[in-house]
Write a protein of this length. Structure first.
Length: 214
């Protein structure tokens, strides 16, 4: 217990860093995932191609490699930002590919006749997607989206290797101070458990309110 009580501020700083990374990257992932899912089902071939390439590249690229590409590659093109911003970009873009596929799978559960009926009434693609398809698809994608964001929270641990303040990175300082590495990791695990359980609780509430009845 001493490792926690004597280093409360260190753990707190790492915990808040992980929470910030998770929140900001989740927002980015949800926005990009929604946009790419819209592209994937759009009637315009070029948009479908963009969505397909986005998902194919990011889903098949190791997250660590993506971190290297963003944190070390973008500054070479004159884009210099805080490391935390780069970490949010890497996490958000990577996760958006999985969010996109979760949303697309939900869209595919909506009967084709729903969209055809909307178009027969003169609705545009945007109106059909926003007013008819997505509201129905949303109910079925709550669990997979929640699971994806939980994975994002755990993936944020990679950011510690790139000088970004987050929970897992606290073990380096604690190890240097001579604390037991086992207990250091135990309390780090507890921190991640708190974050993931909070995300799970939020999506459980959403699922109970709007999810598909079984």
């Amino acid at each position: 217990m001493d490792v926690l009580t004597e280093n409360w501020s260190l753990y707190g700083k790492g915990f808040l860093g992980t929470v910030e990374l998770t929140v900001y990257a989740s927002i980015l992932a949800l926005v990009l995932g929604f946009v790419m899912a819209s592209f994937r089902v759009a009637p315009v071939g070029s948009l479908r191609a963009i969505g397909t390439v986005w998902v194919a590249v990011l889903r098949n690229t190791p997250l660590t490699l993506l971190f290297f590409a963003v944190l070390l590659g973008l500054p070479r093109f004159g884009l210099v930002l805080p490391f935390q911003v780069f970490a949010v970009l890497a996490l958000g873009c990577y996760t958006s590919a999985f969010i996109c596929e979760a949303l697309r799978s939900g869209i595919n559960t909506v009967p084709t006749g729903q969209g055809e009926a909307a178009r027969s009434l003169g609705m545009s693609f945007k109106q059909t997607l926003g007013n008819v398809v997505l509201p129905q698809a949303f109910r079925s994608v709550i669990p997979p989206v929640g699971s994806t964001l939980i994975a994002l929270a755990k993936n944020s641990a990679i950011a510690g290797a790139f000088s970004v303040t987050e929970l897992l990175g606290t073990y380096k300082t604690l190890n240097e101070l001579g604390y037991s590495i086992i207990w250091s990791f135990v309390w780090i695990a507890v921190g991640y458990l708190i974050i993931t359980l909070a995300i799970s609780a939020i999506f459980n509430v959403l699922e109970k309110r709007w999810g598909v009845a079984r």
